[in-house]
Design a protein around this ligand. Structure first.
Ligand SMILES: NC(=O)c1ccc[n+]([C@@H]2O[C@H](COP(=O)([O-])OP(=O)(O)OC[C@H]3O[C@@H](n4cnc5c(N)ncnc54)[C@H](O)[C@@H]3O)[C@@H](O)[C@H]2O)c1
Length: 266
């Protein structure tokens, strides 16, 4: 289905999990992909996968918390590829390094989630917005979380950052609408990625669980929270991102779409 033929997409945090899934689905739908990640080896590996679909891929190291780094990303991409059409702000963390070994979030965890999950969106969008505005065309897709829809007891720092990601997306949607740029959020539910492996590890440490594996902790959560009874996948998120990047969504902006198997509805 070549609905994104001739489009160029930048995906942040594309070296793993959901970002990898988004990069691969957008490539399958015809887009060339800039695979950006703080981990360049991971980005290179995903770029190779993109090329296996016959699409052009460029791996670029970028730290979304650092505006100089996202400016350098924009400059490299525009110099090498000439333009971009789609920006997916996907990079995200659950806290500062080692957060999954702490039973409650430290001040550094609050800062890290805000820096990556919120300022990361602001930095990368700001670095590309003049380019997109001049072209009077663009699609920006931000990966928030179901956690941003409601408070969570032990993961409040992450929930708060994702609520802010939803809000900041609405702000950019209003600001960039006059330039024909649509900005939307996806709120995924439960996906077994390296991030969730850490969440499961943290839950096991907190509860003193010694019998269940991390994956079993995840499966329990899925069973008790998800009416459709299915885990969501990076490919699912990629398909929704492809829709939001396509002409089929031209009148959708400022929205946050749940992709959660019905675990909550709003
Ligand atoms: N896994 C889930 O169940 C789930 C649910 C809802 C939302 N999300 C969100 O989806 C996004 C992707 O999560 P995932 O599960 O694929 O996690 P992941 O840990 O597998 O991947 C995150 C990627 O972001 C990169 N990254 C981290 N900090 C960065 C930085 N400063 N600059 C650039 N890249 C950076 C990492 O290197 C990694 O490749 C995140 O925003 C996360 O909050 C995940």
């Amino acid at each position: 289905m070549p609905e994104l033929d001739d489009q160029i997409a930048v995906v942040t945090g594309a070296g793993s999990g959901i970002g990898q899934g988004i990069a691969l689905v957008l490539a399958q739908r015809g887009a060339d992909i800039v695979v950006s990640d703080i981990d360049i080896a991971a980005a290179e590996a995903v770029a190779d996968e993109v090329r296996s679909f016959g699409k052009n891929a460029l791996a670029v190291q970028s730290d979304v918390t650092d505006r100089e780094s996202t400016d350098a990303l924009a400059s490299t991409v525009i110099t090498d590829l000439g333009r971009i059409d789609i920006l997916v702000n996907n990079a995200g963390v659950g806290g500062a390094p080692g957060w999954w070994q702490r039973s409650s979030p430290s001040p550094e965890d609050w800062e890290a989630t805000y820096d990556v999950n919120v300022i990361g969106i602001v930095n990368t969008t700001s670095s590309f917005q003049d380019h997109l505005s001049e072209r009077r065309s663009g699609r920006i897709i931000n990966i928030a979380s179901g956690a941003g829809r409601r408070g969570t007891g032990g993961f409040a720092h992450y929930s708060a950052s994702k609520a802010a990601a939803i809000n900041v997306s609405q702000g950019f949607a209003l600001k960039l609408a006059e330039f024909n740029i649509n900005v939307n959020c996806i709120c995924p539910g439960l996906l077994w990625t390296p991030l969730w492996e850490k969440i499961a590890e943290r839950d096991r440490i907190k509860s003193g669980e010694t019998v269940l594996t991390g994956r079993q902790v995840f499966d329990q959560r899925l069973e008790t929270s998800t009416p459709l009874g299915r885990e969501q996948t990076p490919e699912d998120v990629g398909k929704l991102a492809a829709f939001l990047a396509s002409d089929r969504s031209k009148n959708i902006t400022g929205q946050s779409i749940n992709l959660n198997g019905g675990s909550y509805m709003n």
